[in-house]
Design a protein around this ligand. Structure first.
Ligand code: ADP
Ligand code: MG
Length: 698
């Protein structure tokens, strides 16, 4: 067993420890085993000490780790403890592999991968040595559990009969185990690639420290797992890792490298006078129009400043934005473009493709072998510190609906189920799109009635844009021209690339494509956004403050008459501040100027006009957004209900519908509206029909 080579290697490690890790081992000895169980060694240190040994650690990690651990056990400690079960964990390999690039040649090697934790099981004990008690003679037979399956003894070590056996858990040895699924970070993916992932098993003291949504760097040993089952084995293998160390990384755009040249270009761009137009032109150039929407999307990318207040509370800087409107108006196209230009983004549909949906979920699925609960991060967690573009938001599941409120305002998601209690971070901006419930948008109906989202959720959006598709000759002609030109540019480009002998000159193609090219290259824009978010934290000037204040107070004033609807709530005020800050960030400015405030007010006004307005009086009405019902409508419903309850007792079978309508007309509600409201009251169960055309309140 103890060959010369082994002894030599163990001696090398002892020497290494003495030279590099004397203090760390002393500390470990103090804390072992309750507070610390592992000695962490930097691969770089080992390399400096002995490059060959360090290389061997990478290619034969399991073997070398045993020597390293043996050396630790033999190490001369200042205090009288034994580091019997202490681990040696290597970290800081010089480079990490992309998850998608892991190949069989890495098999058995020590590798490092980086990504975000998509799934994490809860931590559960795993048996490493099972003690079986013979029911005939009482002898304990110990079976080490190293293979994947649970191994039972064939015969008893005492009486040599074949059981029956009972597992004695008190005499067995367990270790804490957890399984993680690490997925490539959203910012590592370009152009909407599907992220790939790898499963990682971890044990003992490193379990339970990370959770779904954490950005990590994991060092571990790449292993193979044969597909198929015992009866039918497949020649194909899956890969997984045995994790050696897990480090949590700083979540901010780690992969985004901004060179001095980039920086220079960004600063120059930010000083240009038409930078805001350029920004608008940099989003989805193939989509015609929507200047306001595009500007708002850009402001959302830059986002307001997240404020930490002295009392420890936090005001979000992220802007949430919703596009509601007719089908075929380019909403999905605009949303998916975000993936091209956001430093970190997740694009998905409300229906969700994973069990975690949009938020997060505790599930019991194959990942935990159907036994263990798994916490899975959904889109809003994966997009932490970035932007989540969610199409068909109205189609989201009921679970997501309830978690969404917390996610949007508090920017975290709590999961509490089956022993899993976790709070996941979702500090992202939400860009949502939704279709109207009845197919087409009706300007004359309050928004809450038209989309399948509850008012409390709708009110959490800083901006809501409605996109209607009404024929308009001039606009249609421009749109048609734009779409045809875009397609033509595409044709030319494809034609030239597929056809080396093309008649079109490169110049011709260039001029045509230029017209529909983004004004800022997506690559540069991504860096621009990351740079601004990292370095620019503007503060309000007095002029900007009063501009926003005036606008708000002015709107509120309209709600002061006795009967007028309350115009806007304080939520809008924060939205204005965020928009103005984002506007300042686009210029990389340290101050939020009046022009920024103007820009914010202009956008807010545009949105309010389209949706916050009470369709029947033309006045701003925050109730439309916050409760889904305008004040006039609420009054009317109350009136109709009031009329019914006034007269229902005069009749044995409830208030006759025609009498109710007659009374309604007397107070100025016309017949069709009254009928409409009666239907609504019936739908809501506030009124029922004891007999046809007779009404009673509930
Ligand atoms: P939605 O999600 O609103 O239903 P889509 O994004 O799927 O609509 O758009 C449908 C198609 O119509 C897309 O091919 C898109 O390019 C085109 N389209 C719609 N509106 C515009 C527009 N304003 N400019 C250019 N193309 C448009
Ligand atoms: Mg769509």
């Amino acid at each position: 067993m103890a060959t010369a080579e082994n002894t030599e290697l163990i001696d090398r490690f002892e020497e290494f420890y003495r030279n590099y890790y004397r203090n760390e081992i002393g500390e470990l000895a103090q804390k072992y085993p309750n507070d610390q169980k592992s000695l962490y060694i930097d691969w770089d240190d080992l390399y400096r000490f002995d490059p060959d040994l360090a290389d061997d650690y990478r290619t034969k990690p399991e073997q070398i780790q045993e020597y390293a651990e043996e050396a630790l056990r033999l190490y001369d400690l200042p205090v009288d403890v034994s580091l019997g079960q202490a681990h040696v964990r290597v970290r800081n390999l010089p480079e990490s592999e992309d998850i998608r690039d892991l190949r069989h040649e890495h098999h058995g090697n020590l590798v490092a991968v980086r990504g975000i934790i998509r799934k994490a099981t809860d931590v559960r004990p795993k048996v490493i040595e099972a003690a079986f008690e013979c029911q005939r003679c009482g002898t304990l037979t110990r079976i080490p559990q190293t293979a994947g399956d649970f191994q039972e003894p064939h015969d008893c070590q005492g009486c040599e009969r074949q059981g029956p056996f009972r597992l004695n858990t008190d005499q067995s040895q367990f270790i804490d185990a957890q399984k993680l699924r690490v997925q490539e970070s959203p910012e590592g993916l370009r152009g909407g690639e599907t992220p790939q992932s790898i499963d990682i098993n971890i044990e003992d003291d490193i379990t339970g420290h990370v959770t779904a949504g954490d950005h990590v760097r994991v060092t571990g040993i790449l292993k193979l797992d044969q597909r198929g089952n015992d009866n039918e084995k497949s020649p194909m293998f899956d890969i997984y890792m045995e994790g050696v160390s897990v480090e949590i990384e700083d979540e901010q755009f780690e992969d985004m490298e901004i060179t001095d040249a980039d920086k220079k270009e960004i600063v120059e761009l930010s000083n240009e006078s038409d930078i805001y137009d350029k920004m608008v032109g940099a989003i989805a150039p193939s989509i015609y129009g929507y200047e306001k929407e595009k500007l708002a999307m850009m402001l959302q990318l830059f986002s307001g400043v997240t404020k930490e207040l002295p009392d420890g509370s936090r005001i979000r800087g992220d802007l949430h934005m919703l596009l509601i409107g007719d089908p075929g108006t380019g909403k999905s196209q605009m949303l998916s473009y975000i993936e091209n230009i956001a430093p970190r983004s997740v694009y998905t549909s409300g229906k969700g493709s994973s069990s975690a949906g949009l938020t997060a979920a505790a599930v019991r699925d194959d990942f935990g072998d159907g036994q263990q609960w798994t916490l899975e991060a959904g889109a809003l967690v994966l997009a932490d510190q970035g932007i989540a573009a969610i199409d068909e938001l109205d189609k989201m599941s009921p679970e997501d609906r309830s978690a969404m409120h917390e996610a949007l305002e508090q920017q975290r998601i709590s999961v509490s189920k089956a022993g899993i209690n976790a709070t996941l971070k979702s500090r992202c901006s939400l860009l949502g799109a939704a279709n109207p419930k009845y197919g087409r948008f009706d300007q004359y109906e309050p928004i809450g009635e038209q989309i399948d989202l509850e008012p409390a959720l709708i009110s959490r959006f800083d901006l809501i844009f409605t996109v209607t598709d009404k024929p308009d000759e001039e606009k249609d002609r421009n749109l048609a021209e734009h779409i045809i030109q875009t397609n033509y540019a595409g044709e030319l480009h494809t034609h030239r690339t597929e056809n080396p002998t093309s008649n079109f000159s490169e110049e011709e193609v260039g001029t045509v494509t230029e017209e529909v090219a983004p004004t800022i290259e997506p690559d540069l824009l991504r860096k621009y956004v990351a740079y601004a978010k990292r370095n620019c934290f503007p503060t309000m000037t007095e002029e900007a403050k009063s501009r926003i204040e005036d606008f708000y107070v002015d709107l509120r004033l309209k709600g002061q008459d006795e009967d007028a609807p309350v115009p806007v709530t304080a939520r809008k005020l924060e939205a204005l501040v965020r928009l103005a800050e984002a506007s300042a960030r686009i210029r990389l400015s340290d101050t939020v100027d009046e022009a920024d405030a103007d820009r914010a007010v202009d956008i807010a006004h545009y949105c309010l006009k389209e949706i916050g307005v009470d369709p029947e009086t033309g006045e701003f009405d925050a109730d439309v957004v916050e409760t889904g019902q305008s004040k006039t409508q609420r009054d009317r419903i109350q009136n109709i209900k009031g009329i019914i309850s006034d007269i229902e007792d005069e009749y044995d079978e409830g208030a006759p519908a025609d009498v109710v309508i007659e009374r309604a007309e007397e107070v100025g509600i016309d017949e069709s509206k009254a009928e409409h409201e009666i239907d609504k009251l019936k739908q809501k169960g506030e009124v029922y029909e004891p007999r046809t055309d007779h009404l009673r309140t509930t």
